[in-house]
Design a protein around this ligand. Sequence first.
Ligand SMILES: [Zn+2]
Length: 215
Amino acid sequence: MILRPGPVAELTELLSLSEMTVDPQRTATLVVDVQNDFCESGALAVEGGRETARRITECLAAPRSFGLVVTTQDWHIDPGSHFSETPDFRDSWPPHCVVGTPGAQLCPELSLPRLDAAFKKGEFEAAYSGFEGRLDDPRQRPEDRPRLNTWLLDHGVDTVLICGLAFDYCVTQTALDARRLGFETVVLGPLTAAISEETARTAEAELADAGVRIL
Ligand SMILES: [Zn+2]
């Protein structure tokens, strides 16, 4: 299966509670890295990024419940070899999502009906998985801020629905971590976009092997 944005109506149908047996009281939707730098005209643009943001906005505005809504953001200050002047686009990348720049902000096409928590990751190192992030809570010292896993468990979550950018990197790594940590894990395929078809195929196989469901 090659991931392509599909009709939102189809997705909400796929997600109907009867088919999914998803309990909104125990579910969180993780909106991964829908930031300006990962959208068209950004420093590390993913084709279809803005359309993905629009679809997430449309989908989460639907009357069905997606449970708690959580965002993650790549949030770099000095991430070492994650940045390179001569990036290989696998382990090193052009500078992106630098704290204090517009590229690090959530893209304007993303509008969420509710936001229960925001997590930031990667200040001083590469961080592909949202589970490496900490809660953005200025009232707490940075080292005291809970990580995503702790926050989800504290809120009684056992199922995560994952969407955002890019499918083949941060979405996949977030989903693999979620599964490893014991969450029922579903990737909302039509609400993602990939950097390349080749890495998307590899990611799909990894997700399937790990027991992650891809819609
Ligand atoms: Zn990064």
